[in-house]
Design a protein around this ligand. Structure first.
Ligand SMILES: *[C@@H]1O[C@H](CO)[C@@H](O)[C@H](O)[C@H]1NC(C)=O
Ligand SMILES: *[C@@H]1O[C@H](CO)[C@@H](O)[C@H](O)[C@H]1NC(C)=O
Ligand SMILES: *[C@@H]1O[C@H](CO)[C@@H](O)[C@H](O)[C@H]1NC(C)=O
Ligand SMILES: *[C@@H]1O[C@H](CO)[C@@H](O)[C@H](O)[C@H]1NC(C)=O
Ligand SMILES: *[C@@H]1O[C@H](CO)[C@@H](O)[C@H](O)[C@H]1NC(C)=O
Ligand SMILES: CC(=O)N[C@H]1CO[C@H](CO)[C@@H](O)[C@@H]1O
Length: 758
């Protein structure tokens, strides 16, 4: 009897520790008071347990546990310190100098509000009242009670939870901060007073394990920083002289992205991370720079999604990388986190680039974006690898950046249930490096965060930028997808509703037939729903194409002839570009060249060959519907298909001709028939467009149709016989250029048109 017990015990031990068979971690002691937990892989080895608490609370003492191969949880649940949800606490505000804080509390919990008062003779700057927020930060800004001392820099104050050394605020003097207790410092430890009267760096803040940056804070700080990396500010001398715009930096930009997926067991989690990267690279493409990308996912293994070498060998494009990202799947992935392996991959790729580019490598800039919880439990510390990378980029064996600090910017996004700040913070690099570290809450919507990194007002010369998704499902959300659409309402003797498109900040393009002879600018209303309600824009003037003449071919059997059916409407005031209102790209401009990623020397012809290259070319146009607009999908019939398509024009009412070309000149594109949508009455004048790498290019304009199928509007299918004819903008360039490209006037900023042929 005794032996058999012993045997079964031995067998048990063998099974559980021998590797082949895995035993489970135990459920005992895992429960959390006031919260709950999730497991990534049940009670099996490698499973990650993540605790969750309601808003304003955080899990304590552990945030996560891992089931180790010895079927012990790490950390082990402690009987004497049961797992619970603790109230989020903000750093102590009683560090205020020369003032009072009320109420005086031992601990300030999420939801508590404090007010500040300065001693007499001192003036209060910053917030007079602050509330402790659920992310462990105080609302508002640091409260400072100061007296004018005649120093160059203002009193920088003491942020909650911190201590400051240094009380001289004159040029060249510095102040040094540290955080009290268990808090750690994010931001600049040392700040120096500059001649400009400003302190260097970024005001420090004291963070605890449960302090997070909000999505908005990340968008603002990361956005302003990455904009600096991508662009330089240059003065421009267009009509608003002295204005500064962002233009692309010269040299080559290499962007390396590594995303830790050791915690993303769930498909959805992983897909959201992929979507965030796609959003980010789409946003970056909005700067009209064309970076090369290295994209990795990693756990203890590295999965290379985009290899930067493919960019150099012209085997990859932005579009192909996005596709690869979308299609990327991992089957059984390893657990563990090896940040060093990811950085080593960056290092290898960089070495290859240097080898290829030789002395041109000097002109290369490198941006690292690292998303991880930082628990590099495998592969050792990544710091030596980062040090070698710095030496390579700084071109200095000692790692002294010299003047090359801005050639390597490394951003670190702490992400995950348990962030290992001490390991992560040293991985930042670059100019104002203290702005490169972010702590993201577990369920931060990264795609949305990245979508907000462009201050849309700052970037001009970016036609066709738009969101690819509608966040709200209402008319405001729709406007972010079609920020160029406008409603043209004519209230003259013959009221008419048309669509139009913003083609610059001052001009709307629409159809000439929307107007009648007696219409005046005051009869024309341009309606732009800009997110704060519908706005009517006053019209200064409008011009129809000089060749437009409806009766021109009456005696050839065409009652109404719509060739040159285009008109430009000039607004009295330029619109303010925003995510809700910005121009679409039109053919043959320099901006469109950039949007299409064509080399600067490309011509109009090159654009046309790229945009209208197929015999059936997929295009879209809009119709008024609720909310705002709906999108209609059509195929332009080109090449041999065109003749068949335009033939149907002969069946149209009011046409008595044998040759369809009398009514449908070469200036028209033809759509309709099987599987196409058909234009309705109010769609006239609207853009016929195509999205190219998520910039929208207007190719044509809705003019007329062979049958009046829908006068009521809405999205309707074509019949086999009905066809629509759209004015091809490539054929209207002289007219567009004569107005939009006119640089002999002082009224508006002209668009830059490119050559027609080489
Ligand atoms: C601070 O917040 C805690 C938790 O919500 C609450 O119980 C307490 O009354 C608050 N104290 C003050 C002074 O508002
Ligand atoms: C812009 O124009 C102003 C006035 O015409 C001139 O003084 C200034 O130098 C110009 N700036 C640039 C960058 O060309
Ligand atoms: C890039 O710009 C810098 C400064 O703006 C300039 O010194 C350098 O010559 C430029 N390089 C190229 C290749 O244009
Ligand atoms: C339009 O064409 C007709 C027929 O050719 C011509 O008589 C008429 O003068 C033209 N109208 C304009 C405004 O050019
Ligand atoms: C159509 O044109 C032909 C010849 O040009 C003419 O004989 C016929 O009357 C016209 N029909 C109509 C309905 O205008
Ligand atoms: C090239 C590119 O960026 N394509 C994306 C544009 O947006 C749509 C969503 O509307 C994505 O599906 C494309 O992949």
């Amino acid at each position: 009897m005794k032996t058999s017990v012993l045997w079964s015990l031995l067998l048990f031990l063998l099974l559980c520790t021998g590797g082949e068979v895995e035993c489970d971690c135990r459920e005992d002691g895992l429960l959390i008071q006031g919260g709950e937990y999730t497991l990534t892989n049940g009670f099996q080895t490698g499973s990650l347990l993540v605790y969750q608490c309601p808003k304003n609370f955080y899990p304590y003492p552990a945030t996560v546990r891992v089931c180790n191969p010895n079927n012990q949880w790490n950390p082990v649940p402690k009987r004497f310190s049961p797992q619970r949800c603790k109230h989020v606490e903000c750093p102590d505000p009683n560090v205020l100098e020369n003032g009072n804080v009320s109420p005086p509390l031992a601990r300030y919990l999420a939801g508590n509000t404090t007010t500040f008062e300065c001693y007499s003779g001192y003036t209060l700057r910053g917030s007079a009242s602050r509330t402790c927020l659920s992310n462990g930060k105080w609302s508002g800004s640091t409260t400072i009670c100061s007296r004018d001392s005649g120093d160059t820099c203002p009193d920088p104050g003491v942020p909650p939870g911190a201590s400051r050394r240094g009380n001289s605020f004159d040029v060249g003097y510095d102040v040094t901060y540290s955080c009290n207790g268990n808090l750690f410092l994010v931001g600049s430890k040392v700040r120096v007073c500059q001649e400009s009267g400003q302190w260097t760096g970024r005001e420090p803040a004291c963070y605890s394990k449960f302090t997070y940056d909000t999505s908005q804070e990340v968008s603002e700080a990361f956005g302003s920083s990455i904009r600096e990396s991508l662009t330089t500010l240059q003065s421009t001398n267009d009509t608003q002289s002295g204005r500064k715009i962002r233009i692309s930096k010269n040299g080559t930009l290499n962007i390396y992205i590594a995303l830790d997926i050791s915690e993303s067991i769930e498909e959805e989690h992983f897909n959201r991370a992929k979507q965030a990267i796609i959003t980010l690279i789409n946003k970056i493409s909005g700067f009209s720079v064309s970076p090369n990308y290295e994209i990795l996912f990693f756990s203890s293994d590295v999965y290379e999604v985009a290899n930067i070498i493919d960019f150099y060998e012209k085997k990859a494009t932005l579009a192909s990388v996005i596709k690869d990202l979308e299609d990327f799947k991992i089957g059984d992935k390893s657990t563990g986190t090896d940040v060093n392996a990811a950085l080593k991959k960056f290092e290898d790729r960089m070495a290859w680039i240097e080898e290829q580019e030789k002395e041109k490598f000097r002109e290369h800039r490198h941006v690292f974006l690292l998303f991880t919880d930082g628990a590099y439990n495998m592969g050792g510390s990544p710091l030596p690898t980062l040090a070698r990378i710095k030496n390579r980029v700084y071109m200095s064996p000692t790692g002294d950046p010299g003047s090359r600090l801005d050639y390597l910017e490394s951003y670190v996004f702490g992400i995950g249930a348990d962030i290992f700040d001490d390991d992560l913070r040293p991985l930042t690099a670059g100019t104002e490096e203290e702005k490169h570290y972010f702590r993201l809450e577990k369920d931060t919507n990264l795609a949305e965060t990245f979508d907000n990194i462009i201050d849309e007002n700052e970037v001009i010369g970016l036609c066709g930028l738009h969101r690819t998704y509608d966040l709200t499902g209402d008319s405001v959300g729709k406007r972010t997808v079609y920020p160029w659409v406008v409603f043209v309402n004519i209230q003259g003797d013959s009221p008419k509703k048309c669509l139009g498109s913003l083609v610059s900040l001052e001009f709307v393009l629409t159809a000439a037939h929307c107007f009648i002879f007696s219409d005046e600018p005051k009869d024309v209303r341009i309606e732009i729903e800009d997110g704060k309600g519908s706005k009517d824009k006053k019209v200064k003037t409008f011009m129809l194409h000089p060749n437009y003449n409806v009766t021109a071919r009456e005696n050839q059997g065409v009652d109404e002839f719509y060739d040159y059916d285009v008109a430009l409407i000039q607004l009295q005031e330029a619109i303010e570009p925003s995510i809700h209102a910005r121009p679409i790209c039109i053919p043959c401009t320099q901006e469109t060249n950039d949007a299409l990623r064509l080399p600067p020397s490309s011509t109009c012809k090159d654009q046309e060959e790229l945009l209208l290259k197929n015999q059936r070319e997929r295009l879209s146009f809009l119709t008024r519907t609720h909310p705002l607009v709906g999108e209609k999908d059509v195929y332009a019939k080109l090449g041999d298909n065109r003749d068949l398509c335009i033939k149907k024009a002969l069946k149209a009412k009011g046409i008595n001709a044998t040759d369809p070309k009398i009514a449908v000149t070469d200036n028209f594109l033809c759509t309709g028939g099987d599987r196409d949508h058909i234009a309705c009455t109010g769609d006239s004048g609207g853009a016929v467009f195509k999205n190219y790498e998520n910039r929208t290019i207007q190719i044509a304009l809705v003019s007329w149709g062979s049958q009046e199928i829908c006068t009521g509007g809405g999205i309707r299918d074509s019949t086999p016989e009905s066809r629509d004819f759209h004015i091809n903008l490539f054929k209207m360039i002289p007219f567009l250029k004569s107005i939009l490209g006119n640089d002999a006037q002082d009224d508006y900023a002209p668009l830059k048109f490119i050559k027609t042929f080489h």
